[in-house]
Design a protein around this ligand. Structure first.
Ligand code: MG
Length: 395
C-alpha cells in the first residue's frame, strides 16, 4: 500500500480502548497533519475491523490470534496488511514508515512494543502505565543513548504528566523544587473505612470526572492509579520520590502543578478531556486549534486541594514504597494490583482487600532474590507476581 510521506504517520497500540479511540478522534481532527498508519487491538476484533473499514490503515495487528480470522473476514477489500500476535506488534512499531507510536495498550503487554519503538528511533506518545512503572529503568537507559533531551522522544499522554511536562517547558531544570500530581480522589474519597468495606464493582466503576477504561477507573478509586503515576513521574522527570507529591483535587481542572525554588507554582488547567493531552503529545512542541471542549472560567466552581489519606488509601503508600525500593518491586506491585482488580471486578474480593493482596505479594517478593534488571527479568517477575496473587486469591 502506497503511503504519503507529507504527513506524520502514527500507529496506535490499543486502538479500541478509551485512549486509542480518543487518539483516533484527535488524529482525524488534525487530518491535514496526521495519518493513521497502523492500529492494534487485542480482544475487540469487531471494533478493530470497524476501525479498519473506516480509517483504512496500511497495517493492523490483532494481538490475540483467535480474532485474526474474524477481523480478516470483516474487512473485505481493505488493501492493508493484517498481522497477528505480539510479533505483529513488533513488526508494526519498527516499520520504517512509522513516525510516532501511541502506546495505549493496557497492561504489561505494552512494555515490549514500546521499548521496541524507542529502540527503532520512533517518537513515542506514552499512555501505557506499565512501561515506566515496571520497566522505567530499562526505558530510561535506552533513551540515555540519545544525544539529546529524552523528552523529545518520550512524550507523556496521561493528563497529570502532560500537565507537568507542559509546565516544565517554561522553566530551567534547576528551578524545579517539586511536582504536585493532582488526583480526583475517586468516588470514595469521603467514605469511612466502614463504608469502604461494602463497595461494589458498579459503584467503583462510576468515576466522577473522567471517562476511562474499567481497570484504570478502579485504580482511581483505590488511588493506586496515582501511585503508579508517582512512579512514572519519578522516571519521566528524573525526580526522587520526596520531590513528588500527591494532592487531592476533586474537580479535575488543575491537571497537575510544579513548584519552583522561589515559591512560585505553575499549573496547567483544562477540561477533563483526554483528547487535549493526547493532542499535545502528538503536536509537541507546537499547539494546534481543535474542536474539543473548552474550560469556561466563569462557570468554574471552587477549586479544592487537600492532602491524600494514606490510611484509607493504602495503595498510594504501597506504590511509594515500591518506587523507593526500586528494582523489580514496582513490577510486582503493578502485576499484583492487576490481579486484585480483576478479582474485585469479578466479585471475588472486597474493595479493601485490593491493597492487602498487593502488599502480601510485595512482601513475598522482598524475601526473594535480586536479579539483574533486564526486560526478561521484569516480565518473569510480572508473571511470578500474577501467579502468586492468583494462588493467594484461590487459597
Ligand atoms: Mg492520570
Amino acid at each position: 500500500m502506497k503511503v504519503s510521506r507529507l504527513k506524520t504517520n502514527i500507529v496506535i497500540l490499543g486502538a479500541t480502548g478509551s485512549i486509542g479511540r480518543q487518539t483516533i478522534e484527535v488524529a482525524q481532527a488534525l487530518a491535514d497533519r496526521f495519518r493513521i498508519y497502523g492500529l492494534s487491538a487485542h480482544n475487540q476484533g469487531a471494533r478493530l475491523a470497524e476501525q479498519i473499514r473506516r480509517l483504512s490503515p496500511a497495517k493492523a495487528v490483532v494481538t490475540n490470534p483467535e480474532h485474526y480470522r474474524e477481523v480478516l473476514t470483516m474487512t473485505p477489500g481493505w488493501p492493508g496488511e493484517l498481522l497477528s500476535g505480539p510479533e505483529g506488534l513488533l513488526e508494526l512499531v519498527t516499520d520504517p514508515a512509522v513516525d510516532v507510536v501511541v502506546s495505549a495498550m493496557v497492561g504489561a503487554a505494552g512494555i515490549r512494543p514500546t521499548l521496541a519503538a524507542l529502540q527503532a528511533g520512533k517518537k513515542v506518545a506514552l499512555a501505557n502505565k506499565e512501561t515506566l512503572v515496571a520497566a522505567g529503568e530499562i526505558i530510561m537507559a535506552e533513551l540515555a543513548q540519545d544525544n539529546q533531551d529524552h523528552t523529545v522522544r518520550l512524550i507523556p499522554v496521561d493528563s497529570e504528566h502532560s500537565a507537568i511536562f507542559q509546565c516544565l517547558q517554561a522553566v530551567q531544570p534547576a528551578a524545579l523544587k517539586e511536582v504536585h500530581l493532582t488526583a480526583s480522589g475517586g468516588p470514595f474519597r469521603q467514605f469511612t473505612i466502614e463504608q469502604m468495606r461494602t463497595i461494589s464493582p458498579e459503584a467503583a466503576l462510576a468515576h466522577p470526572t473522567w471517562r476511562m477504561g474499567g481497570k484504570i477507573t478502579i485504580d482511581s478509586a483505590t488511588l493506586m492509579n496515582k501511585g503508579l503515576e508517582v512512579i512514572e513521574a519519578h522516571w519521566l522527570f528524573g525526580l526522587p520520590y520526596d520531590r513528588i507529591q500527591v494532592v487531592i483535587h476533586p474537580q479535575s481542572i488543575v491537571h497537575s502543578l510544579i513548584e519552583l525554588v522561589d515559591g512560585c507554582l505553575l499549573a496547567q488547567l483544562g477540561p477533563a478531556d483526554m483528547r487535549l493531552p493526547i493532542q499535545y503529545a502528538l503536536t509537541f512542541p507546537e499547539r494546534k486549534e481543535n474542536p474539543f471542549s473548552r474550560l469556561d472560567l466563569y462557570h468554574l466552581s471552587a477549586l479544592e486541594f487537600y492532602p491524600p489519606d494514606f490510611t484509607r488509601f493504602p495503595c498510594l503508600e504501597l506504590a511509594y514504597a515500591a518506587g523507593k525500593a526500586g528494582g523489580a518491586l514496582p513490577a510486582v506491585l503493578n502485576a499484583a494490583n492487576e490481579e486484585a482488580v480483576r478479582a474485585f471486578l469479578a466479585g471475588g474480593i472486597g474493595f479493601l482487600e485490593i491493597p492487602r493482596l498487593v502488599e502480601r505479594v510485595m512482601n513475598a517478593y522482598a524475601r526473594e532474590n535480586n536479579r539483574k534488571l533486564d526486560l526478561e527479568t521484569i516480565l518473569a517477575v510480572d508473571a511470578w507476581a500474577r501467579q502468586l496473587a492468583r494462588q493467594l486469591l484461590s487459597g
